[in-house]
Design a protein around this ligand. Structure first.
Ligand code: NAD
Ligand code: TYD
Length: 336
């Protein structure tokens, strides 16, 4: 592949993905298409200034003309653009179905027209729904998503796979676990709790805090997507997860310990509606193709928190703007 379209490349994972790919593959050129919604931010890409193998287009994946132009000359697509926050989807799901489902449809149609040689859809472990007990979902398990966010991702995921049989589009899908690292928008639990702790605010832990998530370092997730793109087969799905499973309460206590902040900052609040208890996927299929995570959780987690300590300017500006949303969100929740 010589030239690829990456969507959502100004987002948290997308920006790392673009940087990882450009570093690992000296022949690739990337066209980065991103709408710059509230969570998109070009400062994540500042180190690419002057890099002739990267070009940025501000635009919406729901607009066929924009997508057609951006895809010109591309032989591959890696699709990460999405509305990505479960809590927002509980308040208003429209943007999730517009961007995540309709936007994916537009990309698939344009990729078909352009005749690309690879289309990777970046999906999530949340499409399987909650896994009780100790088992792990495998790629062939049925999907049972439970939030408007995960339903929109499952719809996109299955729609993309349907293009393999119907239109012979060389699609493959990755389903990644909860991802953490620098530059994550401070609405997801790790950056939210870190920045709250650093500013002396409470950490709103939903319900009993015993929900379990698998934590995957962002660069490992990106290397996993790239590995699937290069070694994976058309029509296949690849789970990407680490070996670190933690209850939210334990994650929160670790975070406070590293930041040297007291546990009384933890504030148990009303549970998230339809809160999935445990996400758990088996990534042996991708591992059998030679991928494995490099990050050790304790080190990568500590380094991530230190990054937020050192980059206050970045998240403080966002948190100030976000204030309005948080208040609106709390009010909407209180009314239920
Ligand atoms: P993010 O919210 O940080 O980034 C999403 C990006 O998509 C933003 O830059 C935004 O501007 C862009 N975007 C949204 N709608 C768009 C549209 N209509 N047109 C063009 N651009 C648009 O999200 P993220 O955490 O980086 O997630 C990236 C992808 O990875 C998503 O598809 C998400 O579902 C998936 N994923 C995320 C996680 C996680 O833990 N964060 C885990 C597994 C999979
Ligand atoms: P989040 O980062 O939103 O990711 P996801 O919902 O995709 O797993 O949340 C991770 C876990 O943390 C999830 O179980 C919900 C919980 N959580 C809280 O307890 N409080 C919060 O304020 C947030 C944002 C999440």
């Amino acid at each position: 592949m010589k030239k690829a379209l990456v969507t959502g490349g100004a987002g948290f994972i997308g920006s790392f993905f673009v940087k990882v790919w450009l570093k690992e593959d000296s022949r690739i050129s990337i066209v980065n298409l991103d709408k710059l919604t509230y969570s998109g931010d070009l400062s994540r890409l500042s180190e690419l200034q002057g890099n002739s193998r990267h070009s940025f287009i501000k635009g919406d994946i729901c607009d066929p003309k924009t997508v057609r132009k951006a895809m010109q000359g591309c032989d591959g697509v890696v699709h990460l653009a999405a509305e990505s926050h479960v809590d927002r989807s509980l308040l208003d799901a429209k943007a999730f179905f517009d961007s995540n489902v309709y936007g994916t449809y537009v990309l698939l149609e344009e990729a078909r027209r352009a005749g690309v040689e690879r289309f990777v859809l970046v999906s999530t472990d949340e499409v399987y729904g909650s896994r009780s007990g100790k088992g792990y979902f495998k790629e062939k398990d049925i999907l049972n998503p439970s939030s408007p966010y995960s339903v929109s991702k499952a719809a996109a995921d299955l729609l993309a796979l349907s293009y393999v049989g119907t239109h012979h589009l060389p699609v493959l899908v990755t389903r990644g676990a909860n991802t953490y690292g620098p530059y994550q928008y401070p609405e997801k639990v790790i950056p939210l709790f870190t920045t709250n702790a650093l500013t002396g605010q409470k950490l709103p832990l939903y319900g009993d805090g015993r929900q379990i998530r698998n934590w995957l370092y962002v660069e490992d997730h990106c290397r996993g997507i790239l590995h699937a793109l290069k070694k994976g087969k058309t029509g296949e799905v690849y789970n990407i997860s680490s070996k670190t499973e933690l209850e939210n309460i334990d994650l929160t206590k670790k975070l406070l310990k590293i930041l040297d902040k007291p546990e009384n900052l933890i504030h148990h609040v009303t549970d998230r509606l339809g809160h999935d208890r445990r996400y758990a996927i088996d990534s042996s299929k991708l591992r059998s193709l030679g991928w494995s995570e490099k990050a050790k959780f304790d080190t990568a987690f500590r380094d991530t928190l230190l990054w937020y300590c050192r980059n206050e300017k970045w998240w403080k500006a966002i948190k100030e703007k976000q204030e309005g949303f948080t208040k609106f969100y709390k009010k909407a929740y209180a009314g239920r």
